[in-house]
Design a protein around this ligand. Structure first.
Ligand code: SAH
Ligand code: SF4
Ligand code: F3S
Length: 433
C-alpha cells in the first residue's frame, strides 16, 4: 500500500490495513509478489497528483508479470469524477476504485474483482454516516491518530478538500473517548486528534459539546501522556481552547495554526474569514496565556493576485510570530476551486522567487528558536532508531521539535529526558539525562 497526502490519509490506510488483516491479508514491501497493490491518493497540489500517476504507470509492468495481482486505487483523487474517468480509461489494469466514504466496502470490492472478475468501483460523494469500529492496524505502538471530525465546510478558495472529503461531521464524544481509553489500555502514550478544523468539533452534534470540552475529557484518561491536535483554523480558535492548552497537562503546548497569507486582502480572497490583525491578536493571546507555546503554520506563496506588498505582509507575519516551524507551499491551481478561475494567476518564476525569499526569512527564525533550547532538558517521546545512525534514536518534544540522541532501541515508545546540546534548522541533538 502506498499512501500519499496528509494524516487523514495515513489513518485511512491504517483502517484499510486493519480490514485487510482481518480477512487474512499480510502487508509486504515486495511489490513484485503482492496479491493486492493499493494506492491511497491525494490531490491537494499538482505534484501529489503527478507522483501518483508516475507510480501507477510503473505498476503496469508488475501486473503483466503477475496477472492475478489486484490493483486498487482509493483516496481523495478518486472522489473527482474526471480523475476517476481518466484512471478507468487510461489505466485499464486498475481493478478496484473506492473513495474516502467507501473504505468499508473494500472487502466486497475485492470479492467482486477476484471471484466475479469484474472491475469494481464504489464512490459516494458525500455522506452523513460515520463508520465506527473499523479495525485499525496502526503504524506505531505508542502514538495514534484519532479522527474527531471528517470533511470540511470552509471552502477556502484554493482548496479541494471540501470537494473530496464532503461536509464536516463530528464523531460522538463517547466514541472518541472510548477509542482513546482503549489506546491507553494498549499502552499508547500519545494521541493526535485529526480534523480539517478541529476547532469546529461538535458543531453538528446535538449534545452541544465543544472541542475544548472534548479535550478536558480526554485529559482525564490515565495512561495517555500527550494529546496533540491538528488542524486549528484561526477563525474558530476560542479563549476556552487557549485555557485548555494552558490548564490541561497532557494537551501539548503546540498549536499548528495555518496562516496561509499575511495579507488581509489575500486572506479575504482565500475565504479564510480572518484578517492579519485578528491572526496576530490570537497569536499574542496564545503567547501571553501559554508562554512556552510553540506555534507552527502553513503558508501558501503566489495565490492569484498576490502583489509584492501582499507578499511583504506575509514576511511581516513570519517576523512577528517567529514560528517554531512552517510548511510552505507554492500555490497550485486546483480544478473546480474558485481560485482556479481567478484572474492574475502568478507566473511560476515569481512564485519561486518569492518562495526562496520567504525561506531566507523563515529558516533563520526557526534556527534561532531551536538555539534557545540549547542547554535545556525536555521530555522526548522516543519514536524510532535514527535513519542516519543505528546508535541514535529520534523523538519529539512536546513542542514537536525533532531530537536525535544516543540510546538503545528498547527505549522506543518511552518518554525520556533529553538535554539539548546542538541544534540545526530541522532537528536538534541531545543527550539522555
Ligand atoms: N485543513 C487544514 C489544511 C489542510 S491542507 C487547514 O485549513 O489549515 C494542508 C495545507 O495545504 C493547507 O494549509 C495549505 O497551506 C496547503 N494547500 C491547500 N491547497 C493548496 C493549493 N491549492 N496550493 C498550495 N497549497 C495548498
Ligand atoms: Fe481546505 Fe480550508 Fe478546509 Fe483546510 S479549512 S481543508 S484549507 S477548505
Ligand atoms: Fe489530505 Fe490530500 Fe486528501 S492533503 S484530505 S489526502 S487531498
Amino acid at each position: 500500500m502506498l499512501t500519499y497526502g496528509c494524516q487523514m490519509n495515513e489513518h485511512d490506510s491504517e483502517k484499510i490495513s486493519g480490514m485487510l488483516t482481518s480477512i487474512g491479508y499480510e502487508e509486504t514491501d515486495d511489490e513484485n509478489n503482492a496479491d493486492l497493490v493499493i494506492f491511497n491518493t491525494c490531490l491537494i497540489r499538482e505534484n501529489a497528483e503527478l507522483k501518483f500517476f508516475g507510480k501507477l504507470g510503473e505498476v503496469k509492468g508488475l501486473k503483466r508479470k503477475k496477472p492475478d495481482m489486484l490493483i486498487a486505487v482509493c483516496g481523495c483523487m478518486m472522489q473527482k469524477e474526471e480523475i476517476r474517468q481518466k484512471v478507468l480509461k487510461t489505466f485499464s489494469f486498475v481493478d478496484i476504485i473506492f473513495g474516502t466514504n467507501t473504505i468499508h466496502e473494500l472487502p466486497s470490492l475485492i470479492y467482486n474483482a477476484e471471484i466475479n472478475k469484474k472491475r469494481s468501483v464504489d464512490i459516494i460523494d458525500n455522506t452523513e454516516l460515520i463508520y465506527e469500529d473499523m479495525p485499525k492496524q496502526r503504524k506505531f505502538k505508542y502514538k495514534a491518530l484519532v479522527n474527531i471530525t471528517y470533511g470540511c465546510d470552509n471552502f477556502c478558495t484554493y482548496c479541494v478538500v471540501p470537494y473530496v472529503r464532503g461536509r464536516e461531521k463530528s464523531r460522538e464524544p463517547i466514541d472518541i473517548i472510548n477509542e482513546v481509553k482503549a489506546l491507553a489500555e494498549d499502552g499508547y502514550k500519545e494521541v493526535t486528534l485529526l480534523g480539517q478544523n478541529v476547532n469546529s468539533y461538535g458543531n453538528n452534534l446535538k449534545n452541544g459539546i465543544t472541542f475544548a470540552e472534548l479535550l478536558y475529557e480526554l485529559n482525564k484518561i490515565d495512561g495517555i501522556e500527550r494529546i496533540r491536535f491538528m488542524t486549528s483554523h484561526p477563525k474558530d480558535l476560542t479563549d476556552d481552547l487557549i485555557r485548555v492548552i494552558k490548564e490541561c497537562d497532557k494537551v501539548c503546548n503546540h498549536v499548528h495554526l495555518p496562516v496561509q497569507s499575511g495579507s488581509s486582502d489575500v486572506l479575504r480572497r482565500m475565504n479564510r474569514k480572518y484578517t492579519k490583525e485578528h491572526y496576530l491578536e490570537l497569536v499574542n493571546k496564545l503567547k501571553k496565556e501559554v508562554p512556552d507555546v510553540a506555534i507552527t503554520t502553513d503558508i501558501i506563496v503566489g495565490f492569484p493576485g498576490e502583489t509584492e506588498e501582499d507578499f511583504q505582509e506575509t514576511i511581516d507575519v513570519i517576523k512577528k510570530v517567529k514560528y517554531d516551524s512552517a510548511f510552505t507551499f507554492l500555490y497550485s491551481i486546483r480544478e473546480g476551486t474558485t481560485a482556479a478561475l481567478m484572474e492574475n494567476q502568478i507566473p511560476d518564476e515569481v512564485k519561486h522567487e518569492r518562495f526562496d525569499r520567504l525561506l531566507d526569512v523563515l529558516y533563520p527564525i526557526v534556527l534561532d528558536k531551536n538555539q534557545q533550547c540549547i542547554g535545556k532538558v525536555y521530555p522526548v517521546l522516543v519514536e524510532s532508531v535514527s535513519k542516519t545512525s543505528e546508535t541514535f534514536l529520534t523523538g519529539r518534544t512536546e513542542h514537536f521539535r525533532l531530537v536525535h540522541f544516543k540510546g538503545s532501541e528498547d527505549l522506543i515508545g518511552e518518554i525520556v529526558n533529553v538535554k539539548i546540546t546542538n541544534v540545526k534548522t530541522f532537528h536538534m541533538e541531545g543527550e539522555i539525562e
